[in-house]
Design a protein around this ligand. Sequence first.
Ligand SMILES: Nc1ncnc2c1ncn2[C@@H]1O[C@H](COP(=O)(O)OP(=O)(O)OP(=O)(O)O)[C@@H](O)[C@H]1O
Ligand SMILES: [Mg+2]
Length: 1166
Amino acid sequence: MEVKTSLLDNMIGVGDMVLLEPLSEDSFIANLRNRFDHNEIYTYIGSVVISMNPYRSLPIFTPEKVEEYRNRNFYELSPHIYALADEAYRSLRDQDKDQCILITGESGAGKTEASKLVMSYVAAVCGKGQEVNKVKEQLLQSNPVLEAFGNAKTVRNDNSSRFGKYMDIEFDFKGDPLGGVISNYLLEKSRVVKQPRGERNFHIFYQLLSGASDDTLKKLKLDRDFSKYNYLSLDSAAVNGLDDAANFRTVRNAMQIVGFMEDEVQSVLELVAAVLKLGNIEFKPESRCNGNDESRIRDKNDLKEMCELLGTEQTVLERAFSYRTVEAKQEKVCTTLNVAQAYYARDALAKNLYSRLFSWLVTRINESIKAAPKSRHKVMGVLDIYGFEIFEENSFEQFIINYCNEKLQQIFIELTLREEQEEYVREGIEWTNIEYFNNAIICDLIENHQNGILAMLDEECLRPGTVTDETFLDKLNTICAEHLHFESRLSKSSKFLTDHSLPHNCFRIQHYAGKVLYRAEGFVDKNNDLLYRDLSQAMYKANHSLMKQLFPEGNPAKVNLKRPPTAGFQFRHSVGTLMRNLQTKNPNYIRCIKPNDKKASHIFTDSLVCHQVRYLGLMENVRVRRAGYAFRQAYEPCLERYKMLCKRTWPHWRGPAREGVEVLMADLTVPAEEFSFGRSKVFIRNPRTLFFLEERRRQCLQDLATLIQKIYRGWKCRSHFLLLKKSQIVVAAWYRRYAQQNKYKRIKSATTVVQSYTRGWQARKLLRELKYQKRCEEAVTTISAYWHGTQARMELRRLKQEARNIHAVTVIWAYWQGTKARRELRQLKEEARNKHAVSVIWAGWQGTKARRELRRLKEEARRKHAVAVIWAYWKGLKVRREYRKFFRANAGKKIYNFTIQRIMQKYFLGLKSTMPSMSPIDKSWPVKPYLFLDGVHSELRRIFHLWRCKKYRSEFTEEKKAVFEEKLEASEIFKDKKALYASSVSQPFMGDYLEISKNPKYQKLNSAMDEKVLLADVVNKINRANGKGTARIFLLTKNSVVLADQKTGQVKASVPLPDLTSVSVSTQSDGFFALKLKEGSASAIKGDFLLSSEHLIEIITKLHRTGATAADSEQLNIDISDEFLVQFKHDKVCVKFIQGAPKNGNSVSCKRKNNRLLEVSVPSTV
Ligand SMILES: Nc1ncnc2c1ncn2[C@@H]1O[C@H](COP(=O)(O)OP(=O)(O)OP(=O)(O)O)[C@@H](O)[C@H]1O
Ligand SMILES: [Mg+2]
């Protein structure tokens, strides 16, 4: 069962101020303090969330917390900003109501942090997906960019937003974010040129100087040292806990995620740098002849660099700082600027440049995050605007900010009450009007079109003539004097004439949140917000990519003589739009409170909190809320929570929840005026009633706990008793069994004893009888033994005598027997000798007899065979004679022929299927089937082989034929004669190894040949002096052999084939060959050639073939021997081939041994 929790569970103080009892400012603050001390920074006033700034990170913003608050009702868990965000998101998603989240509070109270928490919560709970995540990331990353350019350190807040921000997040029907629109309000641009003591300029300046790389700074013409820039205050350049360099990286990364292009980022940084440079421009007076001082730029270096950054002409800007052109209708008047005016112009330019850059950034972010236009989007707006401010000196900015807060307060009151009223109407509850302070009157004082302060300020600014802050104050004093919330010393109202807290140059407004004294000085200037036209035109002319967008009024083609709208006007207009926008949405309020002025955790300053509680109107808020009904709850959860207070509803109420609550209230006798029944909710007027219910519930819970305890204890004791009872039965059973067992054992042993005595007695009796019997038997036995002994001894004596007699007889007998045996043995031996002689004779006779028998049997067998043959012949004859009449005379021959034919047919058909392949080298042939076909079988094999060879040859092309012919010829010349031949068989004869006709290297040599080159290869020409080889190109044409230099291709020798008589080669595996020349021929002058080649077999074969075909040559002799003579000039040298030891990888070596001998050693492995 799901456990329903409530805001009221484990509550520290009171979680909802509406329930505070008694309600007073003190109890309100004490409750806030109590909760703050227990780290409860959020407290509700109904649906409004009060947020205390903890100034430290609390573990309440974890993903687990997000999950805890996700899809839970607002009052189900302890107060949290996530509960508000969840409520807003769910009613946007499920009820299709546009939402706005209004975050208010003074500077440093935590508005910006709260807005980020809301956005991050919504991002965490809404849909997921690649596209959605990208949108979320862009929306979240817009914050760091805007904070860098729009936030600054102030005395109140290290990260104070110096602009107002309203962001509309757009969702689709499923609640997935689609994009957003950001509106910005009045950036505090005066900060660009001047910062109060202890405060800083906008973060981006410090971030850029600390975090940018040296290279970037160089490009921007900047120096890392803050002190070099007049616009940067130094007294708090470094802020505790702020890492400007790291933040710069975060900002750049965020810009990239949001979608800024690299060149856009560069342009933005250039403008930031330009603002810094602008601050360094200083002026000096230069006297003119008319006596006026004219300003001149003191050091033009900064101006020059700034102009380079902006792409403007230096002279144009220089002139704009010295002169001012005023155009009125057709006239143009040019006046000079003095030093003060030049400084004013410079600062105005810096402020405008920066604030316009900021607005451009917002527009650019909007471009990136805008949702695709669709029919309808659901919208959630988050407003994070500067809070109500009361300073020692309040100026135009505070006036504007407080006006904005006044408007927000108004909308707060209006919407809160309206919402409250609507709920009562919806629920059908009677509604009585509630009195509250409506600040519409103050808003009217400020914004009224006719006589509002802003309207009068505008009127003053636009009025011709001298306009000063004093004239403006005078005007206020006359027009607003009667207003209840306007106070001024010089107003007609006499009551302030003596009020010394009100200086003459000030006016005071009683805002809803307190009285604020405004100094009139600067109002007119700030409202005018003037930038001299010369400057805006100079900016427009700049060559920088953003300038034309930032200063459109500088376009000379569109000179607008109308004054631009004043700052006050613009602000009033945008606040009006904002209010109209907010009114269309369901508001959710977060009211931020700052616990102390020290930015420190754990410190709660009562006076400061009290001040904020007052001006935020929180007490009023509670009162308004309580004026109707302090507490309301739907019937189901109400009944669920309090049903134990009534017997009829406890533990289960079977009817409708409303009736259950009615019964409950009646039973509790709660006075009828204390509550009302709405359509779906019960409304409780006074918190006391709720606390009464809670107290009763608490007591009842205690009673219930006691009851549960009682029942549990009863159950426990009973269980224990039953257990004991059960155990007792078991124990008794075991005991009885044990006692019976013992009794049985005793009886059993007694029986055994009696039995044993009886058995003993019987046994002894038997034993006595047996013993007697035994003694009798022994006596008989002894007597008989004695008798038998006597008998036996007598018999023994007799037998011994007899044996002695028998022994004597035996000995005599043995002697006689021995004599007889020996005699007989002699006789037997004699007899055996005779028998052996007889058996030898018998064996010889038997052999003769057996041979004779064998001969006889053989003769008989021959005869039997002859008889069988004769019988068979005779039988055949008889059969033929008997069957002759049935056959024709030549039938036998026919049958024979037929049989033979059948056999042949079968043979040939069998041969057809077992035929070997068509390869000429296939040696297989089917086995012969019949003996009589032996000759035919081998003849067929021969014919088949010849036929398939013929077939094979018939497929030859002419070239292939020539190749085979060459191979055949090589075989005829070298087979079994030269060892090298075997390795050449598998190598194809390629002829032109050098590709002489294609290779450009040999082009010249090729063209020198008259005939087609039949063979081209590189050979070694053996030097006759030392036997070393030199590479030569060997060419064979139809008519000659040519030797040429391998590198140059120059012909060294050309021998016509007829001059070649023979070629000598060895029988071994070397590639040496000698070309012998015809004696007396022109070629033979230098002698024969001794060459060596890898393609020896091919060369010689080709030479042999070419020699044979050359018309006028004789047959070329091929001499194959291991020793031959070679003619070298006049000497004949013997070339001798010997078999060397096998050497790995070593080739043939040739050495000159002496004048007559050249020895070639051929390794046996080659
Ligand atoms: N919920 C929080 N948890 C922790 N620290 C917080 C929280 N809210 C605010 N702070 C701290 O307070 C500082 C000021 O908060 P924040 O900038 O939100 O104030 P602000 O109301 O926006 O002020 P301003 O009006 O000047 O912009 C933060 O920088 C942060 O250090
Ligand atoms: Mg802020």
